[in-house]
Structures are given as structure tokens and as C-alpha cells.
Ligand binder design. Sequence first.
Ligand code: C2E
Ligand code: CA
Ligand code: CA
Length: 917
Amino acid sequence: MVFSPASLALMSTLLMGGLGWLQLIELRLQDAQATLTRHVVDSDLVIVEIDAKSLNQLKQWPWPRGYHAQLLDKLRAAGVADIFYDVDFSAESTPTEDQKLIQAVRAYKKERVMLPGFIQPASSLGQNDLIVTTPLPALSQNSVLASVNMRPDRDGLIRTVSTHWHINDTTAILAGVRMLQATNPPNTYRINYSIEPRSFTRLSFKDVLNGHFDTAQLRNKHIIVGATAIELGDILPVPVYNALPGAVIQALAYQTLSEGILKPTSALTNWGLLIALTLLMAGIFMIVGWGRALLFVAVGVFALLAISTYCFQKWHLILPTAQPITLLISGFGFFLITRLEQQHLRLLIQALDIRRKDALMSSVVNNSMDAIITMSDQGVIKSVNPATRTLFQLGSDNIAGKHISEFILDFETGDQPMDTLGMCAKGMRKTVEKQARQANGKVFPVEISPNKMLFENEVVFTVFVRDISERFSQRAILQHQATHDSLTGLANRYQLNHTLQKIINSPQDKPASFALILIDLDKFKDINDSLGHAVGDQVLVQVAERFASQIKKNMLLARIGGDEFTVLMSTQDNTLDATQLAESLHQSLQQPFTVNDLSLEVDASFGISLYPEHANDAGLLLQHADTAMYAAKHGSMGPTLFKPEFAEMNTLRMTVSTSLRKAMAESQLNMHYQPKLDLATNTITCVEALLRWQHPEMGYIPPDKIIDIAENTGLIWPLTEWTLTRALRDLNTWTSHGHRVQVAVNLSARLLQDASLIDRISQCIRAAEADPRSLILEITESAIMSDPARALKNALSLRAIGIDLSIDDFGTGYSSLSYLKTLPATELKIDKSFVMEMLNQKTDYLIVQSTINLAHTLGLKVVAEGVESEAVLSALRKLGCDLIQGYHISKPAPHDQLQSWLSSQASSTRTVLSQRM
Ligand code: C2E
Ligand code: CA
Ligand code: CA
């Protein structure tokens, strides 16, 4: 604030005022005011001029004093009020003439006549010595001494008069003061030059002397007699009128006093005005621009002058304007300076900023990893950054002037370059991938983004070039990953679909027909579950290799799921038809696979669908191949071509799954029971519960099918709970009839891994109010092997609550003995496939024999199932088998039939047993 334009202006204005620099300006301003307000007044003062006319007529100068005496007499006769006779009578002339004058003066009352007296320096060298010049003593005695001293201002102009002086007992008084008999006039006062000298009546000395005047003009008037002729030299410089005779100035001094003297405004007013203006200016400068500031100053100056002039004219008040005007103008000056300063500073900062940005820019360009090339719109290179040299292996060769197409390959070919450049010309920046060539000839992929700019009125292109070799190889890897199976390296499901879509949807590449072969490995899950995933993976890799060896180049072999493979082949120009190929693929699986010294047999089911015969789209084609494969698997058929009936079967499968829940509720489901005979006691110790479903439309559905569907449709738990509840309920009936048997329920392989197994089974037992010790759960080998740890945990819990465990279908899976050892089973069932043929097949017999021995070593009871003849029964008895089960004893039978069978058995046990022994 202290250094705001307004306060700076105030300080400088005060300083200028203090140094007196504004004084002259102030005077000139006031002169101007006077000039502006010049006016004529009605005056009672008459000037009698000693003019050129009078000098001419009276011929000599100085005149004999008798002339003056005559004039005085004439004036006295005309009855004037008083006279200031402004002629120097300090020196003597001739005694006669002097005497005439003295006589004439004496004729007046003393106070009516004023004669001039003045003070002047004794010499031009010193000012201290003043000499007072007065009229001759005789004249002085009879007149009043009038002061005629006037002190010029610094510019030499007469503006003020002294009202009196007093030196060495001599007192002189200003004629005007005397004439007006003013009391307490100020020591000096300023002559009001706005009064026109024309206001005074002027009479020529000569005319008065000759009596050529109207007496009325002079009566009671104040008279000043003085020289106006130029040659008499009494002409003084004044403002407004340039020069006026001393007598006229005296007249104006009189008139000024008569009108009222000019009073300056008080110091308080002047200060107040300055402060007020400063504050106003400060406020205004803060909110306006330079244009309005200038307007404000101009209006301010004008207003000040107008007000001051008005005050002068109206109240004879002198309002100093030099300082306020200086304040305003210098304020504006400072305002401009600070504005310019700010502007200048801003420009300076901008310049620095630009320089900094330039430096930053060039450092960015120089350190950029991307090559940056500038070139003309014709492709002629202008400059390159260091990265360009590295990228293109340029060394220090001069490349300015070379064509861009030497480095970016297809810039020159066809419309491509213009296209690219045209793009940015239209303001559409575009990044394109192109091939680039290094100096050594190596070609590599780059991404270029050209930008058009105007540089010093010339169109220039900057081209950013980035090496994307890395990205390319990365992309290739990703693409391979996305389209290939990581295990076998074959194409994956995505690529199969993609290829199918491509073939089907692009008309020009569309072959007349093609075939899709879908291959699903049989019982692969068992391998995985029993030998572990590592072995399973090895099998898959080897299968893929065998398939690949059968495949021709234009076919697509893919692995689309765990153990699912597909082959896509064109059938138009191929002699080998799809079924033949499928057959040879099947054939390739004949040789056992060797993994970790294990010899594994792997079979697969093949389904084939044809385009366009079977389907027009990829999804349906795949679905049909799957249906055909499913049919092949369940019908134990070789490679199978899709038939519409398969699709119907498929829908049947869907119907079964949806009606299973209903079947449970509506008692379409039923349980049959098959007894196990203990060979040592010849008694029935246990019956196995087997599921039966007579579907109203589809007829009998085998239990393993039902389980398969239930497992795949989320119904396995409800179904298991249903069978368990039914079996335990029926058991309760038999028990109540006095038959002490256990009931064996088959447990789906999957459920042995289920965490909720114990809870759910205990719940069923509790609900049936049964004894857990009367329950045997039959679990298959594969159920144990998929996650032995979890299976073991569940098995232990089941045993802990008293449930017996039986290992079912032993010999069909890939069980590991070490697991069998740890498993808390009570019984082992030899699969019926070995038992049924044991008397015909030597190997089966050996298997049965060694299994019985093995089980006994592990402390397990052995059950042989599928016993259909007495011969087999005897053989088993010899081998030490503990229990037998099979059609030879009893077929599975409904609960009531079994009950009566049990009753009849109890009574005839002895007979039957004795027969069988
Ligand atoms: P599994 O547990 O091995 O049952 C023995 C199968 O052999 C039964 O077939 C039975 O009828 C049959 N069978 C018994 N004795 C002889 C015989 O002397 N000769 C011949 N050729 N076969 C005989 P089924 O009832 O068709 O059951 C097939 C499979 O379905 C069962 O094999 C079992 O794994 C499964 N299953 C049956 N019911 C259920 C059930 O309630 N729950 C579960 N999870 N699975 C069940
Ligand atoms: Ca069983
Ligand atoms: Ca079995």
C-alpha cells in the first residue's frame, strides 16, 4: 500500500511542493483562470494618462512642472475625490516651476494628494543598503507618500502589491488602500487580473489640460495620473495582459481591493483535498485498467480546474490546483509504471519459462527412448534425436536430407505414405505399425506416430518411432497361449471355435464339407483319481502325441477339455474319410502307455459330426459330435457317426434327470435287496440294497445310470438320503421280525470326499432310529483314490460311529495297496467279473485266490459277488472266501419278498446248508 501508485504520487507531489517546483505552475494556472474570467467592472477610478499624444503636443520631457500644476488645478476644479500623482518629483527642476507645483498641491487638502515614494538598493551590488526616494520636501509635506514598489514573481511578472512599507521613519502606503481608506489590509495582496483595464475611464493628460473633458466624469472620482507612453519606460510585465503601465497596475490594485481581495483556501482544505484525492485514486486504480484510470485523471483535472475557477470567480477564493493536478497526473504515471512493470515482469517470467521449457523439451527429445525424426512433408529428414541413431544403428552418419523410406520400409509404397501423412494433415493422429530397416539391413517391427506441425511457416512432420519387436514376440506368445493347450501344445477349445467360425462364416474359404471328430478317453477319471494328476497328465501328453502322428497338416487337432480331443478335417479333397481317420486314431491307442514304469491301457470313444449335413453352426456341430461320442461310449461302440436318434436319447437323459426328484416323491423308486451268505456259518449275515426305478414311460432304468445322472445333476445327496432312509426302515421291519442281519448300502464314489458326509449319514440313522452298527457302506476303489487323505478322514469318522466299510468292485481300479492298508475297512468284495469266469479263466482264478489271501493278510473279510453256480461256490469255499453273493443264492428282491425268503431260509437253513456242504 505504501508503494501503491497513489501513495507514491502523494509523496512525490508533497516533495515537489516542498521544493517549490509547483509554485510557478500554480501561478500560471491562476493566470489562466484570470484570463478565462476576464471581465469589465464599473469603476470610480479615472486614469489620466501621460500618453504619446500628450508628449507629442507638449514637445519636451520632463515637462516643466507648471503643466502638472495646471493639471492639478483643473482636476481640483472638477471636484475629484483624490489623486495619486504617479510622477517622480524627487529631484528639483527650476525653482519657478517647482513653486508652481507646490502651489497647486497646497491648494488640495493634504490627504487628497498622493505622491510616489519608493525604495531601491543603493547600488546594484548590494541589497542591504536601501535608499528611500521621496518627493521634494515641500511637496512631501503637503501630500501623502504612496508606495509604488512592486516585487515581481520568479517569472518576472508582477502579481502582488505591498500595502505599505516603513523604512527609516518614512512610511508609504499603497494609493488604493489610501483611496479606499481600508482598515487592516494585509501586508501584500494579489492583483486580480481578471478585471479588464478597460474598466477604467482614461483621459489624456493633454485633453484634461486643454479642458477637453466632461467635468461630471471626474467629480468625486479617484484619479491616478501616470505615464502610459512607451517611451517613458514605466511599463511592467504582468500576466494575462503581458505588459501594463505602472499606473494601470496601481488602478487594478485599487480595483482589486475595492472588489474584495483574493483569499487563498486554508491549508486544512488543501491537505484535505490531497488526502481525499489520494484515497479515491488508490481505490480506483485498484479496480480499473489504464484506460479508465486515464479517464479518471482527465475528469479529475478538469473538475479541479472548473471548481477552482468557479471559486475564484464567485468568491475570490484561490483554490490551489497545481498540487492536486500533479497528484492526479503523477498518480496515473505511477499507475502506468507499476502496470508496465508488472507486464514487464510477467513477460520476463514468460521468457524464462519458455527458455526453461525449451531446455526441458530438448532434454526430453534427446533422452527419449523413442526415435524422434523431423521431416518435410515430402519425407525428407531434417533432424533426428540420439535414440534414432541407436534404433537404426546409424553411428555418426549424416542423415539429414535422406528420405524417410530408407528407414521406414513401406513409407514409399503405394498410397500408404500419403495416407499416413494425410491422416495427420487432417488432424487425425494415428499410430501405425510398420517395418523398419537398420543400417545393417536388419528388418524389425516399429510403431510410428506422425504429427503435423507448422514451424516458422513451414509444414513439418515429427515422427515418433518405437521398436516393438519385444511387443511382437510377447504378442505372439500370448496369442499362442490363448490358442493353445499348455499341457499338450495342441490347439485349445478357443482356437477350435475360432477356426470353426472362420470356416463357416467366410464364404471364400468355405470348403464343401468338413468333419468334426470328438474323442473322449474312457475312464480317464479313474487314472487321474487313482494314480494322481501327474500320471494323468503324462497319459494325455502321450495320447496327444499318438494322435498328432496320425494327423495331416491341413487338419486341426485340439484338446478342448480334460480328456477330450477334437480333429477338424476337410472332407472335400481328402481320400481319407472321417470314420477312417477316427479308426486309425482309435488304433493308435491299442498299445499300452508307459508312465513311471506303469503300463496303462487307455481306450477312447469317438463321435463324428459332419458339416453341413448335421449342423450349420459350430455350437451344434460340436454338440452333435459329443452326442455321437456319448452314444459310442455307452454302447461300447467304435467311432460313431452322429444320428438324429442320438439327439433324442440325449433329450431322454435330460428328461430322466428332471423326473428323478419326482420319482422319489411318487415312489417310482424302489429298493431291492440281495443277501450275502456267510460260508462259515451258512447264515445270511447281510443284505445289499440296490436301487430300482421303473420309469412310467422309459421303463426300467439301471441303477448305475441313475447314479451317473444324479451325480451330474446335483441330485446325488437327496437320492443317497432316500436310499439310506428306505434301507434302514426296511431293516427295522426285518429286525422286528427277528432277522438279525446288517444292511449294506452302496455309497456314490463322489460322496466319500464330501465334508458333510458324517453329518448327513448320522442324521439319516437318527431319523430311522437305527443302530449304526447294523449298517455297511460299500465304497468303490476309485472313491478312495481320488483324494485318499480326505477319504481316509471320512472313513475313520464313519468307523468311529460304528458303521462298517466294504471295499466294492475290488480289482477293477488302480488301488494302491499302501492306501488299502491304512483304510479302516472291514470287508473286501472281489468284483463279479473275476468271480463269474474264475473257473474258465486261469488268470481270474489266480486273481481271486491272491485277493482272498491279500485281504486276509490285511485282516479283512472277503466277499465274492456274482456267484452264479454251485461249482464257483465250492471253489471259493476251498480258497477260504468268507462270504458269497450272487444269483446262485438269491437275485436282488423287493423288501417283502426278501423278508419271506429270510423266514423260509431260517427254517430250511439246515437242509440248504447240508446240501451245499
Ligand atoms: P454293485 O454294487 O457291484 O452291485 C452288484 C450288481 O451285480 C447288481 O447290479 C446286482 O444285481 C448284480 N448281481 C448280483 N449278483 C449277480 C450275479 O450272480 N450275476 C450277475 N450277472 N449280476 C449279479 P445292479 O443292481 O444292476 O447294480 C449295478 C450297480 O449299480 C451296483 O453294482 C452299484 O454299483 C450301483 N448301485 C445299485 N444300487 C445303488 C444304490 O442304491 N446306490 C449306489 N450308489 N449305487 C447303486
Ligand atoms: Ca455293491
Ligand atoms: Ca460290486
